[in-house]
Design a protein around this ligand. Structure first.
Ligand SMILES: [Zn+2]
Length: 194
């Protein structure tokens, strides 16, 4: 009699544990631990994702240690501004600077920044060969290496359209998913960055 109760108890515990493990698996598998699902009418972020804001500061600091002054020229961008940039080199005069319309850029979701390098006082450069700290390697690539170490994906590594100033953390989300209102949670760390 006693043995039967214990047996039943153990069976119950095993079943409940399996059920909880399955729920936890489902929760993680569907991404509820990393993302919030806000739907089509989700509001657009108005600030950089906290992790990117933090890594941006680290990037500036670590570049400074190599005597490179990094300047962040673009961070979060409104949809209106993205649409405006898209007209450059198309309906408006200028060079094409982006292939993304409003809502199609990681900048619109606070997940990307662009940098340039301060050459002299108040003079920025986008010259990827510039070696201001005179250590024999290009400052631009040194900054890109630091950024990648910090968890950023670098636009200079893309094969189609090389976007040398561009750094992003997508958290494995596509633009389509962001447009559907899926947002990375605020407390994600850099292992989740991509
Ligand atoms: Zn960019």
């Amino acid at each position: 009699m006693n043995l039967k109760i214990i047996k039943n108890l153990i069976t119950t515990i095993v079943i409940v544990s399996l059920f909880l493990a399955f729920i936890l698996f489902l929760y993680q598998f569907l991404g509820y631990d990393r993302y919030s699902f806000e739907g089509e009418d989700a509001s657009m972020p108005t600030e950089l994702h906290p992790l990117i804001a933090k890594k941006k500061e680290q990037l500036i600091k670590e570049a400074k240690n190599l005597e490179i002054t990094v300047v962040i020229t673009e961070s979060i961008r409104t949809i209106e501004r993205q649409d405006e940039l898209y007209t450059l080199g198309r309906t408006k005069e200028g060079n094409i600077v982006t292939y993304a319309k409003g809502g199609e850029s990681y900048h619109n979701y606070g997940l990307a920044i662009d940098f340039a390098i301060m050459k002299h006082k108040d003079e920025l450069t986008w010259d990827i060969n510039y070696d201001g700290n005179e250590n024999g390697s290009s400052d631009w690539f040194e900054v890109a290496d630091i950024a990648k170490e910090l968890g950023f994906e670098w636009g200079g590594d893309w094969s189609k359209f090389k976007d040398y100033p561009h750094l992003q953390m997508t958290f494995d989300l596509s633009i389509k998913q962001l447009q559907r209102g899926i947002r990375p949670k605020e407390d994600l760390d850099h292992h989740d960055a991509r």
